[in-house]
Design a protein around this ligand. Structure first.
Ligand SMILES: NC(=O)c1ccc[n+]([C@@H]2O[C@H](COP(=O)([O-])OP(=O)(O)OC[C@H]3O[C@@H](n4cnc5c(N)ncnc54)[C@H](OP(=O)(O)O)[C@@H]3O)[C@@H](O)[C@H]2O)c1
Length: 379
């Protein structure tokens, strides 16, 4: 991307990105930067215009510099434009829905106006437009009922939910799965994908004032039971659980929280069960009683969707995307609860920077409640 100074002169700048020059607290290091038009795409690449780009918890960790996948700096954007030393800047964001605007030589299977999602991690999606390798994106079919929000949030959370329900325990209709962080976007997808397979879900969330509303929302997605972590401390839960499951062992627990609540949840598992950890929202370490391993043959594993993408062929990636698109277009996998944050062309870079930092601050504190999606308008 060609570099231009930060001061936004509306007629001159046709693009914008959320960038940072050094890792750190996103509410301090992120800025919105305007820049000029993209050159024509080199061979085997396409220029794309981003439609919607989610703000996921991992994006914050990447900006902080504590996430294992590191982004590559964009050498055409210099951090001097951000008021610091002359280093290349990073464009934030990993996930997003984009529309192809120009196709380079040698690209097959992609045309102008096609919808694409990113399969290469950390491409920098919080921007209006950029150039990407044709092999770093997958074309999304325009299925009826498939919304922009569905497609923009399709790369990370729904496949994580789908794969965790698929890869560890052979589950059959009527089996139970338990999870914490059940109102997270992954948790919502777990509930719906499980329900579509006839599986029952025991869901844990943090206590809150509007708990009854949240329970209703999750039940509407297909949740069988929704409880708060407080219920885990109650000894009667085990007995109640037996009544609900008809004595059937629960063999899969999904964890994105960690800490003491996860220890207590794991104690509810039956024999030969799997605890699959995929996030650590509480930032508390996970400690598990040795007895669960000895007497119940517990297996504790991790899951990372980024590794799945690295290990699988494009055909396997496309197959999974098609499964998810079908579920979405049949109404079995709804858009996550979300909020779209539009940055208008009329806002100055300074105003847009403040808006983005406010969104991040809300996500940072937890309690965001809804998945935030950025729409960066330049017209
Ligand atoms: N391993 C993978 O491949 C993979 C893939 C996707 C996501 N993830 C991870 O999965 C987690 C959820 O991601 P998402 O995009 O679904 O999240 P999200 O929609 O932004 O929701 C965040 C969830 O975390 C909960 N939370 C926040 N702070 C918490 C705390 N201190 N203690 C307990 N719960 C807390 C929130 O509960 P409240 O409503 O109570 O705030 C909410 O349920 C993140 O850790 C993310 O990095 C991992």
């Amino acid at each position: 991307m060609p570099f231009f100074p930060t001061k936004r002169l509306l007629a001159q700048f046709t693009n914008r990105a959320v960038v940072y020059a050094q890792h750190g607290d996103p509410t301090k290091v992120l800025s919105v930067l305007s820049y000029g038009p993209l050159p024509s795409p080199p061979s085997n690449t396409v220029n794309v215009r981003f439609i919607l780009s989610p703000v996921n918890p991992a994006d914050i960790n990447v900006i902080e510099g504590v996430y294992p996948t590191k982004p590559k700096p964009d050498t055409s954007l210099r951090s001097s434009a951000l008021g610091s030393s002359d280093q290349p800047a990073y464009v934030a964001g990993n996930e997003g829905l984009a529309e192809v605007t120009e196709v380079g030589n040698g690209v097959s299977g992609l045309e102008k106006k096609d919808w694409v999602i990113m399969t290469k991690p950390q491409l920098g999606t919080w921007c209006s437009s950029r150039n990407v390798g044709a092999h770093d994106v997958l074309k999304v079919p325009r299925a009826p009922g498939l919304s922009e929000v569905h497609a923009a949030t399709m790369t990370v959370n729904p496949p994580t939910a789908y794969n965790m329900l698929q890869e560890f325990v052979p589950l059959k209709e009527g089996d139970w799965v338990m999870q914490n962080g059940a109102n997270s976007a992954v948790g919502q997808a777990v509930i719906q994908i499980a329900a579509s397979r006839g599986l029952k879900t025991l869901n844990f969330v943090r206590p809150r004032d509007d708990l009854a509303d949240l329970v209703k929302q999750l039940e509407a997605l297909g949740a069988t039971k929704v409880l708060t972590y407080d219920a885990l401390a109650d000894k009667s839960l085990r007995k109640e659980l037996k009544t609900w499951t008809g004595g059937r062992d629960i063999r899969l627990a999904l964890n994105c929280v960690g800490g003491q609540e996860t220890t207590l949840m794991t104690r509810l598992l039956g024999s030969d069960a799997y605890l699959v950890s995929y996030g650590a929202m509480s930032k508390q370490p996970l400690s598990l009683p040795t007895s669960l391993f000895i007497f119940k043959n517990l297996t504790a594993r991790g899951f990372w969707q980024s590794r799945w993408y690295l290990e699988k062929s494009r055909d396997e990636q496309r197959r999974l995307m098609n499964v998810l698109v079908n579920l979405m277009s049949q109404g079995k996998l709804k858009e996550p609860m979300h909020e779209i944050i539009s940055i208008s062309a009329k806002e100055s870079d300074e105003e847009a920077t403040q808006k983005v930092r406010d969104v991040i601050a809300k996500s940072y504190s937890g309690r965001q409640g809804k998945k935030a999606l950025l729409r960066i308008n330049v017209e």
